[in-house]
Design a protein around this ligand. Sequence first.
Ligand code: ADP
Ligand code: MG
Length: 277
Amino acid sequence: MSSRIELDHVRQTFWVRGDDDKQLREFVALDDLSLAIGEGEFLTVVGPSGCGKSTVLDLIAGLAHPSGGRLTVDGVAVTGPGRDRSVVFQQYTLLPWRTAQGNVEFALEAAGVKGRGERREQARHYLALVGLAEFANRYPHELSGGMKQRVAIARSLSYEPQVLLMDEPFGALDAQTRERLQEELLGIWRRTGTTVVFITHDIDEAVFLGQRVAVMSARPGRIKEVIDVDLDREAAGETDLRATPAFAAYRHHIWTLLREQHGAPVQRSLEEVRTVA
Ligand code: ADP
Ligand code: MG
């Protein structure tokens, strides 16, 4: 498996206000973070809130630039967002005045797909892929939370990015919708062969989806361990994969890794609370 994305000793700092609220000081969000993501791989990243997961994703997306280290996609340093990478955020970010179909077409237009007919076809195809063929003409307010998130996924897939970056995309959904979308996403990934980097704070979700799970540690954020998940998801068929001993062993291992970090009481500093708020 060749590397598509490489983070090499990446460091990210932010300027934040100190306790006196006057002096700016440097806050180290990520330090010495190295990670290689393979072509066509489904990698999940799990870690506690505030450990720097979104920061990692923003860097790969090109929405922020690392303060130190090197970040490359296909060997080329990332300098900004690109059509090769698309992001699905936790909140539904649909245009309320456009239908599901219109939202996907809009993204295609922004991505430079010139022909109207082509945009229409492509949008239809990807809405069908996420199971929304019948709902193409509905407006966001006429769709459930899960449906809106599926439109967002269809929109991200529609311009066929080589890399799909997902930041806790199912975090706001109920458990059943979440599980259905997880299965759908795995199906889409198998069919399209796109590289997926999926951020979550949910251990089960990380194990269920990831071929590998990168476990992050906090303060400063770095990769603590990368675990190969060897579960036969297709053989599992109708059985509950999450109830198998193999699944439980992975879950427990990751739980232990995350728990270790709380050996000492976690001190949330004021500036951290402030910057999160
Ligand atoms: P996660 O997604 O794992 O919850 P984030 O990547 O959002 O964590 O944030 C990591 C740390 O960096 C947090 O302590 C957060 O407060 C801080 N941080 C993130 N973005 C900024 C910013 N733009 N300015 C200052 N601090 C930030
Ligand atoms: Mg986050």
